[in-house]
Design a binder for this molecule. Structure first.
Ligand code: ADP
Length: 152
């Protein structure tokens, strides 16, 4: 009973933690990067999602495994396809702020059927312009939860 109670209390605490304390480094490419090079990056960095930034360094798009698989289905030379034409672009990107909680992050990922969220900061006075601070993924949250329960 005590063990169960401890885990419940910890779970409740965990889900209230802030995104900023759990975020991982974002793997970033430029919008002009080819789909071919994006695939290479996925393998090199061992991630499922890349974030594309524009020439000013603002978040421009999200490139996931499915986006790259879809591009590979077309009979195009992936060296010639920039990620800008296959990515999910602003303003359709679901983002999260550092001060939000892991519960909010988990809800967004489940509700929008996505594996990761870019952690962002708004550029003052500019609508839909964000600086990229990190990423939160289903893996980040699951790992954090396990570490807590296992007392690491
Ligand atoms: P995968 O394609 O590797 O399964 P996702 O499930 O996260 O990864 O991606 C599914 C689709 O949702 C892709 O088209 C991707 O561009 C898009 N997507 C991923 N993350 C986001 C996000 N934070 N906001 C909006 N769209 C996203």
């Amino acid at each position: 009973y005590n063990e169960e109670f401890r885990m419940m209390a910890q779970s409740e605490q965990f889900i209230k933690q802030k995104v900023k304390d759990f975020k991982a480094h974002p793997i970033v490419v430029e919008t002009s990067t080819s789909a071919y090079d994006a695939i290479v990056q996925l393998f090199l960095e061992d991630v499922g999602t890349l974030y594309a930034v524009d020439s000013e360094g603002h978040l421009a798009g999200v490139v996931s495994r499915k986006d790259l698989l879809r591009a590979a289905l077309g009979n195009r030379d992936l060296q010639e396809v920039p990620v800008s034409v296959i990515m999910t672009r602003m303003p359709n990107i679901t983002t999260i702020y550092p001060e939000e909680t892991l519960l909010e992050a988990a809800k967004k990922m489940i509700n929008y059927h996505i594996d990761s969220l870019p952690v962002v900061k708004e550029v003052k006075g500019e609508k839909n312009k964000y600086l990229l601070l990190g990423r939160i993924t289903k893996t980040t949250i699951t790992r954090g939860y396990l570490e807590l329960i296992e007392g690491k």
